[in-house]
Design a protein around this ligand. Structure first.
Ligand code: FAD
Length: 708
């Protein structure tokens, strides 16, 4: 039996404890001190980013509402089994939906709740793909039939396109829908193992219906993939309907609350009006009516919408990660410097901090990683808004039958989907690594954020394939520019590319690199240069002819991807510059916040240019000295922004509830939060642990124990 603590123990311990705690600083004090260093008001910037204080206030109310619900409680979120995650994700979504109906909450409230609760589940695809596809590809009659039931969750849908053997190459899908004129039905069939549908979210155990992409055959002819609404489960029993095989595909790297599924059909009959016929039809007699030429690309509209939302969400995810990492690294102290060390004395830290370890955010390597990520997160947030604005104005034009901007929007949304998700996936992981060991804890919030986010680089089109879609558009514009045709839209800069080919960078000091004009000129040059290079490589591969498929295209994809990436990087930065300029001209922010935002925008440009520096040098646009000044300017901007790091993170205004991170807490009380989180681990439910009886007790034999 252990001896009780007595006065002598206490006396022995007291002085050493006092010594080791000398100079110890509470992380909460650190967090407060960090905020005191800021040169601008984070509440002001937060209100600007969220379209007004009333929106922020509303979010607080929604947090209260969510956290008071059993399905909204996040305390045990990181300890759930797969089954619990799946059920929990569904309960959360259904709970929010019920709140919306009962409280007559707005769609905006619904979107905000979904982001606050962040518990993706079996309804993701219902909301994200099933309903949007009905809206974009259904006839008014089909919408009248399916949408009310969908909106009331009386049916739950998903989007089943990808097959085990066929993903990117949609035309290669093997699931068939063959029209039977005699019965005026389609017969849907899965002809091979490879043709099993694989991946659709919510298909595994939740969905009652799917939008099925299947190869349409009518009067013996193959018309390629078309969309059909197919019921797959019995509405009373939830069992698969006859001829349907369906199930969950098993655990994944992340996103395990979502039941991605597999699906096969065995000669399943569906009515003729199951085919979504807004643009193409099959008549009762089986005659195929193709979409009107102008509308041929109408089905791209859904893709554009989904990609636009992915672009929008990228800023959301990166800003969450960078908020966690910035707050934590501002209070995490590590590696004491010796008193009186010259570097330490030179630093402008309050005297109180001198004997202690530095906040890790003060290490150059950490701040040179996190501040650029803060800049990127702001850029992505602005890009997401602009992307949705572009989609909404396209949508308005589309309802008037005007699809004119679709090729441009399709290329942009594809390229930006790839670039923004690449930046965010890499950024979340970089944030995790800046948080050291604790970043590896699920309780930090970062591993789950990464694991659930990184799929965005693959789904809805693998990023390389997305860049190639943008490259196709780019090369067409290069050829048009070379033929002297007028170029509009995002590739307009190609019109004057040939005349600008010999232009040289005008930067003479490192500070010159702060100028948006210099930054955009350099990024434009890189984009034009890589677009021309890729077109040349493609033409050479085709023996002088530019081909958009086959071996020549395949042999040029590395150059094409590089060109597309440079094109969208330019667009991304131009958008950041435009948003900052607009905020300044509308006096939407006071001078201090406006100035900080401008510095972030400058840093963003420098970061993109540093990534492109080998191209700047290779194309002869910059000298080695000018390229070197970029690094100098990055360091200067990071130093200048450093005092505002935590306030820039605060301006994203994530409530603690939303981040659900022991490290990202606003009050800085990180160690208490980690300990609290560990205490509720199911492994800690008993002192001896779940392996004691079965494994450890027989091993640690009584004979050995008696000798101790
Ligand atoms: C989490 C998650 C959820 C998903 N949800 C759904 C869903 O709800 N519904 C649905 O239908 N699908 C869904 N998918 C499937 C997803 O859309 C596909 O995985 C994605 O489109 C990529 O296709 P693939 O898996 O066939 O990759 P592949 O095409 O096999 O790609 C493999 C590699 O080949 C390269 N490649 C392929 N084709 C080309 C080309 N033409 N040129 C150059 N390179 C090429 C790619 O870049 C990649 O590097 C989901 C996937 C994931 C991971």
């Amino acid at each position: 039996m252990p001896r009780p603590v007595d006065a002598r123990d206490k006396q022995l311990i007291e002085a050493p404890c006092r010594e080791v705690l000398l100079g110890a600083i509470s992380p909460m004090d650190d967090a407060a001190r960090e905020r005191a260093r800021s040169t601008f008001d984070s509440n002001e910037l937060a209100a600007f980013l969220h379209d007004g204080e009333d929106k922020l206030q509303r979010r607080e109310e929604l947090v209260k509402l969510l956290s008071s619900q059993p399905w909204g409680d996040k305390t045990h979120r990181y300890f759930l089994t797969r089954e619990q995650e799946y059920v929990g994700g569904l309960k959360a979504m259904v709970g929010m939906w019920q709140q919306m109906r009962q409280g007559r909450l707005s769609l905006e409230d619904g979107i905000a709740m979904r982001s606050l609760a962040y518990f993706p589940g079996g309804l993701e695809l219902h909301i994200g793909m099933f309903i949007p596809t009905l809206l974009s590809q259904g006839t008014p009659e089909q919408q009248a039939k399916w949408l009310p039931m969908s909106n009331r969750l009386q049916i739950i849908g998903t989007y089943a396109q990808t097959e085990l053997g066929h993903g990117t190459f949609v035309r290669g899908l093997q699931t068939v829908a063959v029209y039977d004129e005699a019965s005026r039905e389609f017969v849907v069939h899965t002809p091979s193992l490879e043709a099993h549908k694989w991946w659709p979210g919510g298909l595994g155990k939740t969905a009652t219906h799917v939008i099925l992409m299947a190869r349409l055959f009518a009067q013996g002819r193959d018309y390629g993939p078309h969309a059909f609404v197919v019921q797959i489960r019995d509405m009373a029993t939830h069992l698969p309907l006859p001829g349907i095989t369906v199930g969950d595909i098993g655990p994944k790297m992340g996103f395990n609350s979502v039941d991605n599924g597999y699906l096969a059909f065995d000669h399943v009959r569906i009515p003729r009006d199951a085919m979504l016929m807004r643009f193409s039809q099959v008549t009762e007699e089986g005659r195929y009516v193709p979409p009107p030429p102008d509308n041929q690309k109408a089905s791209y509209a859904t893709m554009v919408y989904v990609r636009a939302t992915i672009v929008r969400d990228s800023g959301d995810f990166l800003s969450r990660a960078v908020t966690i990492a910035t707050r934590y690294t501002a209070v995490r102290r590590q590696t004491a410097s010796k008193l009186g060390e010259p570097e330490l004395q030179a630093r402008q830290l309050p005297p109180l901090l001198l004997p202690a370890c530095w906040p890790v955010l003060d290490y150059d390597n950490v701040q040179q990683t996190l501040l650029p990520l803060l800049a990127r997160a702001y850029s992505l947030v602005f890009m997401g808004r602009s992307m949705m604005d572009m989609y909404n104005s396209f949508d308005a034009a589309r309802s008037r039958g005007d699809f004119g901007v679709l090729p441009e929007l399709h290329a942009l949304s594809s390229g930006l989907k790839a670039l923004c998700t690449d930046i965010t996936a890499a950024g979340i992981e970089a944030c995790r690594r800046q948080c050291g060991g604790h970043g590896y804890m699920l309780a930090s919030g970062l591993p789950t954020l990464f694991n659930s986010y990184v799929q965005n680089c693959t789904w809805e089109g693998d990023n390389s394939v997305m860049y190639l879609q943008a490259a196709r558009y780019l090369v067409k514009n290069v050829l048009a520019a070379q033929a002297g045709k007028p170029i509009t839209g995002s590739a307009k800069y190609l019109s004057s590319a040939a005349q600008q080919a010999d232009a040289k960078c005008g930067v003479s000091t490192a500070d010159d690199w702060r100028s948006p004009a210099h930054q955009l000129a350099a990024l434009t040059r890189v984009a034009a240069q890589l677009a021309a290079q890729a077109t040349q490589v493609l033409a050479r591969a085709g023996g002088g002819r530019v081909a958009f498929d086959g071996e020549p295209w395949n042999n040029s994809t590395v150059d094409l991807i590089r060109a597309a990436r440079a094109h969208v990087a330019l667009y991304l930065h131009q958008n950041f510059v435009d948003c900052v300029e607009a905020a300044a001209s509308q006096r939407a922010l006071g001078a201090a916040a406006s100035g900080v935002l401008r510095e972030l925008m400058q840093l963003h440009g420098v970061v993109l240019l540093l990534e492109a520096s080998s191209d700047l040098l290779e194309g002869g646009y910059c000298s080695g000295r000018q390229a070197g000044m970029l690094r100098e300017q990055q360091r200067a901007l990071v130093r200048s922004l450093r005092p505002n790091a935590i306030s820039l993170a605060d301006s994203f205004a994530y409530p603690d509830y939303q981040l659900n991170s022991a490290l990202g807490r606003k009050d800085g009380n990180v160690y208490q939060a980690l300990l609290d989180s560990a205490r509720i681990s199911p492994l800690n439910a008993t002192h001896e642990g779940p392996a004691w009886k079965e494994v450890l007790e027989p091993l640690l034999s009584p004979a050995v124990r008696s000798r101790l």
